[in-house]
Design a protein around this ligand. Structure first.
Ligand code: N5H
Length: 257
């Protein structure tokens, strides 16, 4: 048994640019021999994804739009994937969103609308895409989502995203139980903070990163490559009995008080 993903196809959702965690995952899977299908939200990101996909060693990637707030579009996207490749072996869900103005101050100021938006995009979407992907995973497979420590404990400013991640983390366990009988595993990677487009504009991100450098057991921040390598492990047969699990890729920061 090894890390090879030869003759396997994976869906990667959430590449925005070359700094994206989703792109770190895509590169690791591609280097292990996987064929990739990318989905993006909004025409603005299509060009970025195409340009990045062009830098991969193989030229059979498929790039499709998928607005995960739209059930019809999810259905359409996965119908196209079925037509194009028939079977998929896994999916990386790297999607989250909350209103910027609700990622600071007190959590209790979260609006109903902002709460529902964050939960819809950051949590329910995993359930929706797992449901759509399941019929294509006829050979079993592995679904990986991205979470963060702020779902397990209070992290300053994470606010409604923390509550949405707690919901996502619970979904991972319930989904894992539902699809386990089909040989499909569902796991989450809890990454340390990384300077991505989503993290842009977040106040004091520098000091968050500095804290990881100073206080984490490994005394360094993590990279999309670190996360990509863990995603590769979770997609491969080496993790064959791991499901409903959360793996921290955070230089050990979660263990420190
Ligand atoms: C404690 C922190 C810092 C404060 C909270 C950060 C939360 C970040 C997650 C969400 C997903 C960021 C977000 O939705 C930003 C949007 O309001 C504005 N940005 C965008 O629309 C850009 C253009 C697009 C690409 O973003 C999205 N989401 O589509 C947490 C940090 C220390 C760690 C961290 C950054 C965690 C995380 O969940 O990403």
């Amino acid at each position: 048994m090894n890390l090879s993903l030869d003759n396997r196809t994976y869906v990667v959702m959430g590449v925005a640019n070359k700094r994206s965690i989703a792109w770190g995952i895509a590169q690791a899977l591609s280097n292990a021999g996987a064929r990739l299908i990318f989905t993006y939200a909004g025409d603005r990101l299509e060009k970025n994804v195409r340009q990045l996909a062009d830098t991969l060693d193989r030229d059979d990637s498929i790039i499709l739009p998928c607005d995960i707030t739209d059930d019809e579009e999810i259905e359409k996207t996965f119908a196209t994937i079925k037509e194009e490749v028939g079977v998929i072996h896994g999916l990386a869900h790297c999607i989250a969103f909350a209103n910027t103005d609700e990622l600071k101050g007190e959590y209790l100021n979260t609006s109903r609308e902002g709460f529902l938006l964050a939960h819809n995009i950051s949590s329910y979407s995993l359930t929706a895409v797992t449901k759509a992907a399941r019929p294509l995973m006829t050979e079993g497979g592995s679904i990986v989502t991205m979470t963060y420590l702020g779902g397990e404990r209070v992290v300053q400013n994470y606010n409604v995203m923390g509550v949405a991640k707690a919901s996502l983390d619970a979904s991972v366990k319930y989904l894992a139980n539902d699809v386990g009988k089909d040989g499909i595993r569902v796991n989450a990677i809890s990454a340390g903070p990384i300077r991505t487009l989503a993290a842009k504009g977040i106040s004091d991100f520098n000091s968050v990163l500095k804290q990881i450098e100073e206080r984490s057991p490994l005394r360094r921040t993590v990279t999309p490559e670190d996360v990509g390598n863990t995603a590769l492990f979770l997609m491969s047969d080496l993790s064959s009995a791991i499901t409903g699990e959360m793996i921290h890729v955070d230089s050990g920061f979660n263990t420190i008080s």
